[in-house]
Design a binder for this molecule. Structure first.
Ligand code: PLP
Length: 387
């Protein structure tokens, strides 16, 4: 089936009991058994199995063109559970500019349990090659990265990881399977914060791991139940509802972001712009080759924290908030918000300066977004009174 057809139907048949076209929210913690050791339909307890959650797992794994999906209570629970499949002494290569929470859980939780990490710029293949060791079990990549939108060559990284006996995992939150399907490019594992574009309406928090490897899938299912970082059925239902419109939303996010990026790139008050859809982006060609769109995230540097504050606080349509990927436009200040847990010197090295602002471009009318951004740029003090 085509992508949009799968988004609407995969894992979501009409209800066999009533014919309801919308899958029910199985809001139950347990299931009656017909006799001792005889669960009626294989369902025993809702941490272990829930029909709404199973539907969501089937839906997203179908969209990523993978065999298995394992849902979690958040993107961080998914990433943390993936790291839990490793053994003390195992080595992980991780994109240096990952989401701050991913860096934090690696550096401040899993390091203490004996995992070792090398944070490298995975857009530079030779750096990844150099960082591989006989103990490397996982190469964990975000592409494009949050928030400076660096793009890594997923096909080449899969080759490097496999050559060293490691797996490649890709955080596909920014692109979604509508624009980029890492499994088809050779990745072994895809992780998502389903909180973002997949749900698309900023009304739940969730995560997912999808993969083909049945043995690793069994281990992840075991951990999902044993550790219990599971999403509730209502959140799975919200994600299932949201994903039905993923294709039309992503096209509009992408259209709006391309137009806004074009205007921002030409504005003298913007000292630096990060958007893979611009020809000047260092990995523009690669982004065009491995994904079918550029997504809705743009980061700009407006020179200083004071400028960033004046800009963000003057926006009216863009709401100042953490998160991204919802229908509404959001703005955030990575240095003090999403990436506050990354040490300051490391932040600067990555380009997460005090003047960096991240825009999650929503699907509102582009005229309103342009007016909002132009008005806010006019409030930057440096622009009013040049030295
Ligand atoms: N991965 C990326 C790229 C993110 O942007 C985020 C959150 O912002 C996460 C993972 C973590 O997801 P969650 O907030 O659902 O735990």
């Amino acid at each position: 089936m085509g992508f949009s057809t799968d988004a609407i139907h995969a894992g979501q048949p009409s209800d066999p009991l009533t014919g309801a076209v919308t899958l029910p929210i199985y809001q139950t913690s347990t299931y009656q058994q017909d006799g001792l050791g005889r669960p009626r339909r294989g369902f025993e307890y809702a941490r272990t199995q829930n029909p709404t959650r199973l539907a969501w797992e089937e839906n997203l794994s179908t969209l990523e063109r993978a065999r298995h999906g394992v849902a979690f209570a958040s993107g961080m629970a998914a990433i943390s559970t993936l790291l839990q499949t490793l053994q003390p002494g195992d080595h992980v290569i991780c994109t240096d500019n990952v989401y701050g929470g991913t860096y934090r859980v690696a550096d401040r939780v899993w390091r203490d349990f004996g995992l070792t990490f090398s944070f490298v710029d995975t857009s530079q293949l030779e750096l990844v090659e150099k960082a591989l060791t006989p103990r490397t079990k996982l190469v964990f990549v975000e592409s494009p990265t949050n928030p400076v939108l660096r793009v890594s060559d997923l096909q080449a990284l899969a080759g490097l990881a496999h050559g060293a006996g490691a797996r490649l995992a890709v955080d596909n939150t920014f692109m979604t399977p509508f624009f980029q399907r890492p499994i088809e490019l050779g990745a072994d594992i895809v992780v998502h914060s389903t909180t973002k574009y997949l749900n698309g309406h900023s009304d739940m928090v969730g995560g997912m791991i999808v993969l083909n490897d049945s043995e690793l899938f069994e281990r992840l299912k075991f951990l999902q139940n044993a550790v219990g970082a599971v999403p509730g059925p209502f959140d799975c239902w919200l994600a299932l509802r949201g994903v039905k419109t993923l294709a039309v939303r992503m096209m509009q996010h992408d259209r709006n972001a391309r137009e806004l990026a074009r205007v921002l790139a030409a504005d003298a008050r913007v000292s630096k712009i990060y958007y893979p859809g611009l020809a000047a982006h260092p990995q523009h060609e690669l982004a065009t080759k491995q994904a079918s769109g550029y997504g809705g995230i743009i980061s700009i540097d407006v020179g200083s924290e004071a400028n960033a504050r004046a800009f963000m606080e003057s926006l009216r349509v863009f709401l100042l908030a953490e998160s991204l990927g919802g229908v509404e436009s959001l703005v955030c200040h990575p240095a003090s918000m999403t990436h506050a847990s990354v040490p300051p010197d490391k932040r600067l090295q990555l380009g997460i300066t005090p003047g960096l602002v991240r825009l999650s471009v929503g699907i509102e009318d582009i005229e309103d977004l342009l007016r909002d951004v132009n008005g806010a740029l006019g409030k930057i003090p440096a622009a009013k009174s040049p030295v």
